[in-house]
Ligand binder design. Structure first.
Ligand code: TXA
Ligand code: MG
Length: 342
């Protein structure tokens, strides 16, 4: 494995490696992706091996321009009403943290789509990702660059620590600015269906194309395994509570981490319980949802590297990016049942 800085000379090296069937981890605005040439079934199989990901879980194909769409989708299977919605979404929200599900064409190997008749596609907004995809000039299949079910990586170091030698190159593009994965939208349903809440809030999509159905409960529907409970999870058990409902610490306070949404909640908790915490973090001091999303996985990685018995987190407000934050916390929580826990 080689860690590369994100200058054009290095990106060309990584792009050539992608074309030759190698695995390249790269930054996007959401999380780091583990990429392979989407037309190379053997290379894509290596992604599943590296992540220990079940092959029933399809991958997102990354492009740098909508002009590449005909190489992966089948426009003949899209109605004019759907095409109209797609055009509006693409014009305003691409590049960006929105994945659209299209009818696929026969060029895309089955391993990418898990044999589904559809393919999920997005154009990342991160400039390193865009340059890499342009230099590679092939569609790149890329899941988040973490072992299956574990926390997503938002820094190159997270990828190195989790996947290390299983990857050929890791491009270091610093910290991901959005911090939660893309929103996945299926426009073949009427009304369109959000398969995964993510970096593009439902309100933003609805302002463009009208009402959509949001799936924001963990229902275990394998149509999008990111919806499975027990995904995005740290090794340390995580308990999830409503906002401002975190309980007092026990006598093991040095083994218990508290994750507050904002400073106001942290202050209120300390006043209420008059306890000193040894490990605590605030997702966003002023309660800004974009800052909180960008910090979420980073903070969880930090806490997960400490010798802790439990992480106690509270929910964010259920609006805008808060919906994606709460979705990730909900799936990350330990499934052990406790009174008062969400
Ligand atoms: O932000 C993101 O989307 C990141 C970056 C790297 O782009 N990628 C990402 O990939 O989160 P991954 O593999 O961790 O999650 C992809 C999700 C999976 O839950 C998968 O089931 C769903 O996308 N998916 C892929 N193809 C699909 C399809 N044809 N229909 C429905 N869901 C699909
Ligand atoms: Mg993932």
């Amino acid at each position: 494995m080689k860690m590369l800085k994100s200058d054009d000379a290095n990106l060309k090296v990584a792009a050539t490696a992608l074309r030759k069937g190698k695995l390249v981890a790269f930054p996007t605005e959401t999380v780091y992706g583990l990429g392979a040439n989407a037309f190379d079934a053997k290379a894509v199989a290596h992604i599943f091996e590296a992540k220990q990901r079940p092959t029933f879980d399809p991958l997102i194909v990354h492009l740098y321009s909508p002009s590449q769409l005909p190489s992966v989708i089948d426009p003949g299977k899209i109605s004019s009403t759907q095409m109209n919605l797609i055009e509006r979404l693409i014009k305003t929200l691409w590049p960006g943290p929105l994945t659209l599900v299209f009818p696929r064409n026969s060029m895309i190997p089955d391993i990418v789509t898990s044999g589904l008749p559809t393919v999920a596609v997005r154009i990342p907004a991160n400039s390193v990702a865009q340059r890499l995809l342009k230099f590679a000039d092939c569609p790149v299949a890329a899941p988040s660059a973490n072992p299956f079910g574990y926390l997503s990586p938002t820094r190159a170091e997270h990828v190195r620590d989790q996947l290390g030698e299983k990857v050929d190159y890791i491009i270091d593009g610093g910290r991901c600015s959005v911090g939660v994965e893309s929103t996945i939208l299926d426009i073949s349903e009427n009304p369109p269906l959000i398969l995964r809440q993510g970096g593009t809030p439902q309100e933003v999509i609805e302002a463009l194309i009208g009402p959509v159905v949001g799936m924001n409960k963990a229902i275990g529907n394998p149509r999008s395994p990111g919806q499975l409970p027990g995904h995005y999870a740290p090794h340390v058990p995580l308990e999830l509570y409503e906002y401002r409902a975190l309980p007092p610490a026990t006598e093991q306070v040095d083994k218990e981490a508290y994750l507050f949404f904002d400073e106001a909640s942290c202050i209120a908790w300390k006043k209420l319980y008059n306890q000193k915490l040894s490990v605590f973090q605030v997702l966003s001091s002023k309660g800004n949802l974009a800052d909180a999303a960008a910090n979420l996985f980073d903070v969880l990685h930090t806490l997960d590297s400490m010798d802790l018995r439990v992480i106690r987190a509270e929910r964010a407000p259920d609006k805008g990016l808060g919906v994606a934050i709460n979705d990730r916390l909900y799936r990350a929580r330990s499934l052990a049942k406790r009174v008062g826990v969400v």
